[in-house]
Design a binder for this molecule. Structure first.
Ligand code: ZN
Length: 248
């Protein structure tokens, strides 16, 4: 070994020591305990003989947790183990949700009466994805559709609100189309989001009081896209006291 090589290997082992020390330091990022970056959000590596910092994948998880918490979903209160499936319809809906969470194949749609556990099933799917490094977002239809429709004449504001709904890795739309009366503006907005996610094949979870047939009868282009993507992942729970999940 020449002296130059010896110096190079000495400096690279010094650099490795620096990197090891940086990676061992603990950070203080909240919401999630990450063994990989020790809650700093970065991991350090040597690339081409130089120190390089890479963003840790837990940053996406932290954003996801914050997104969902901001909207008021308590992550401790949801999860498939919290869904008490007694009747056949509940068991089927739960199995469908668990299967979907594993594969994210197509979209997931659960329709039916208020209080039948739709939101619990859908938010449990979302929760199961938080640590997979995919960005996830929750959309409460009534609130966000109202904000979007109010900003339709302010292009910058409108794009700022709608782009994340189109582009996010997984979107959960809660109470889709829930409003005092579905207007042309609601349909246009729904179509813009749904069509973008349909075209880009982005996983989408929808809970809605309507059946997909109801949506098709409101707007065929909208309903048929949902129908096509949710094949096999479609549960519709008919109304009635017996199926009021919250009353049990
Ligand atoms: Zn991390």
């Amino acid at each position: 070994m020449t002296s130059q090589n010896t110096n190079l290997s000495a400096s690279s082992s010094n650099l490795q020591r620096v990197i090891d020390r940086l990676n061992a330091d603990r950070g203080s990022l909240p919401d999630y305990d990450c063994e990989i970056c020790k809650n700093k959000g970065f991991i350090f590596m040597i690339e081409d003989g130089r120190e390089v910092a890479h963003r840790c994948k837990c940053v996406v998880t932290r954003n996801n947790i914050r997104n969902i918490r901001n909207i008021g979903i308590d992550l401790d209160e949801c999860g498939f183990d919290k869904y008490k499936a007694k009747d056949e319809w509940q068991k089927n809906a739960l199995k469908m949700a668990e299967d979907y969470a594993r594969t994210l194949d197509g979209w997931f749609y659960v329709g039916g009466a208020v209080g039948c556990g739709k939101t619990l099933l859908c938010s449990s799917i979302l929760k199961s994805q938080l640590h997979k490094g995919i960005s996830a977002k929750y959309m409460a239809w009534r609130d966000e559709a109202g904000r979007l429709k109010a900003s339709v004449n302010n292009n910058e504001e409108y794009l700022h609100l709608i782009e994340p709904l189109k582009m996010v890795g997984i979107l959960y739309i809660d109470d889709f189309l829930k409003t005092a009366g579905v207007t042309k503006g609601d349909v246009n907005l729904a179509f813009e989001i749904i069509n973008s996610r349909y075209t880009n094949k982005k996983p989408t979870i929808i809970s809605c009081e309507l059946s997909i047939n109801d949506i098709i009868s409101i707007d065929e282009a909208l309903g048929s896209r949902i129908y096509e993507r949710t094949k096999g992942n479609y549960a519709f729970i008919k109304g009635g006291e017996r199926k009021n999940y919250r009353m049990r």
